[in-house]
Design a protein around this ligand. Sequence first.
Ligand code: NDP
Length: 297
Amino acid sequence: MSASIIDGKAFAAGLRERIGVLASAFEAAAGRKAGLAVVLVGEDPASQVYVRNKGKQTIACGMESFEHKLPAETSEADLLALVETLNADPAVDGILVQLPLPAHMNEQKVIATINPDKDVDGFHVVNVGRLATGLPGFVPCTPLGCVMLLKDQLGSLSGLDAVVIGRSNIVGKPMAQLLIAESCTVTVAHSRTRDLPDVVRRADIVVAAVGRPEMVKGEWIKPGATVIDVGINRVAGAQEGKSRLVGDVDFASASTVAGAITPVPGGVGPMTIAVLLRNTIVAAHRNAGIALDESAI
Ligand code: NDP
């Protein structure tokens, strides 16, 4: 193996430490803790784990965690009313509605009801527009985490050729916007892309956000390229009845060619919640009118 491993777990731990320092300074200045409200509707097991981890890490960073767990049969009107209450609550700086929502709810409508200045997930159309036009807002956590890892690894990204595989609203599209803002030359690939291996081979930076286990092979990668694997796929393990997590990149072959690569698990995954906490402390400072050098976090 020649690639250096990009340790997202360690980077996320450092980020949480910096947020902890900012959170206690915020509490001293504002006379209250920064607060994150997380809303979970229904009993999806994966969502329950995410919400529990978010709550734990929020508290560990010295912020207030408000958890709202609603039954799956909650009406959309009741959920919207809760979001409005959180919008109006001065103790709440960030609001996150855990997706997916039950089928009888309109996710876009729910997201559109969140005050954009408390939308720490960065999914509100106002924040999507702010990102696209270069205005300060909130950027979705996973792609922002990827850019933090890339800048930590490479320094300036200016002029580099980047390929983003995937065009979802949550990862692919905001990732492309962020890389454009870093002055990369960006190609966005998706399921209709012709000759994907050839497209990937041109890239100095490859971001894989596809949801297909180990799809991107080592022979697709330009020697020395930096590979960011966003994928989280559960596949059958070597032992019967056991499963394991793999990314969208075939780590075994890609790590012999790439210059640097994120592992799965332990790469991008741990960054997502850490960036959510980063967005929350940023929201708290903005909402309270307290100055903060956001670029230094
Ligand atoms: P989506 O399913 O929303 O999007 C997948 C994208 O991949 C689509 O744009 C799709 O193209 C494209 N795609 C599918 N098949 C191919 C193919 N054969 N060749 C090229 N492109 C293809 O997924 P998400 O963006 O939500 O997530 C992507 C991955 O990232 C998943 O594994 C998910 O679990 C993981 N993830 C990890 C997070 C983390 O915290 N680390 C957070 C969020 C996601 P098209 O648009 O044409 O259909």
